[in-house]
Design a protein around this ligand. Structure first.
Ligand SMILES: NCc1[nH]cc(CCC(=O)O)c1CC(=O)O
Length: 313
């Protein structure tokens, strides 16, 4: 293919870094690429995400792609709404970064070392619910802004710590500032955290094939599919904060052969701030069924009736 592929990205340092990696991989595969920066309402507003709505970072990019202003869009997968965009194809999920959340605290402190009353910043209801459930006596403070400005609040002494996605910090080359990577048993990440979604127009089959063959990682794609199916099913049933993480694990088949399976863990906060947890394993080829089945279990635990027998399709 000798046309120039225009790759669209948001203009934040994080978005530019992750799009740069995608562009490098495509160039190595022989493609000619150009990076086009697109400003989104999410970049221009400092209101809480809960107010401006999911999709604020991604819909402008998707529109530019559908309109033909760009040929490829690179998103942080967790920022995409769960509803499919019929104009676009999710051509590739590149190998996922470490999906865990990370603490950046003053004086090298870990969560357990923070004193009572310590101010910990996060804008995410999921992180806030899981931090509060640890019972550490810390004060969770609402916070937004880019990775740099959030970390700066710790350096400036305004906050004792912030919790961020490890992947975002890593893509900016700042892992040295992490004081603790939070284990999923304490803090399950957002569904699809650490993964990228690379889209093209649904009718642009040449680009779709190039992206798929150059960038896609099937294990990352399956893990993220399970987590996002869980999220989608829970969104339909309630608006509670949700965390989920799928790992690809080795298992033995009935015949004794090693097979890869998905192990999915999920957490959902109740209105009282209690956490409901559940986990399940399933076939790599049935990732979405696994996600829906675990969502049904969580909704069951929460007392919400499930409309349809999810996971049995
Ligand atoms: N909601 C913002 C956002 N979207 C993607 C990332 C970075 C990491 C990722 O790709 O998951 C972040 C920052 C954060 O949550 O700390």
């Amino acid at each position: 293919m000798n046309r120039t592929l225009r790759i669209g990205t948001r203009g934040s340092a994080l978005a530019l870094a992750q799009t740069g990696h995608v562009a490098d991989s495509l160039r190595e595969a022989g493609a000619t690429v150009e990076i086009v920066t697109i400003s989104t309402p999410g970049d221009r507003s400092s209101a809480p995400i809960a107010e401006i709505g999911i999709g604020v970072f991604t819909s402008a990019l998707r529109d530019a792609l559908a309109n033909g202003e760009i040929d490829v869009a690179v998103h942080s997968y967790k920022d995409l709404p769960t509803a499919r965009d019929p104009r676009l194809s999710l051509a590739a999920v590149p190998p996922r970064e470490d999906p865990r959340d990370a603490l950046v605290a003053r004086d090298g402190l870990t969560l357990g070392e923070l004193p009572t009353g310590a101010k910990v910043g996060t804008g995410s209801p999921r992180r806030a619910a899981q931090l509060n459930a640890l019972g550490l006596g810390i004060e969770v403070v609402a916070l937004r802004g880019n990775v740099d400005s959030r970390i700066r609040k710790v350096a400036d002494g305004e906050l004792d710590a912030v919790v961020l996605a490890r992947a975002g910090i890593a893509r900016l080359g700042r892992t040295a500032e992490i004081t603790e990577t939070l284990e999923p048993i304490q803090m399950l990440p957002a569904p699809a955290q650490g993964a990228l979604a690379v889209e093209c127009r649904v009718d642009d089959v040449d680009t779709e094939h190039l992206l798929q063959s150059t960038l896609d990682d099937s294990a990352s794609r399956a893990a993220v599919a399970a987590e996002r199916a869980l999220l989608a099913a829970l969104e339909a049933g309630c608006s509670a904060p949700v965390g989920a993480l799928a790992d690809v694990v080795e298992d033995l088949s009935d015949e004794g052969a090693v097979v890869l399976r998905l192990s999915l863990r999920g957490v959902m906060a109740t209105e009282d701030g209690d956490l409901l947890r559940a986990s399940a394993t399933g076939d790599l080829t049935a990732a979405e069924e696994l996600g829906r089945a675990l969502a049904a279990e969580l909704l069951d635990l929460s007392g919400h009736a499930t409309a349809s027998p999810a996971g049995r399709s």
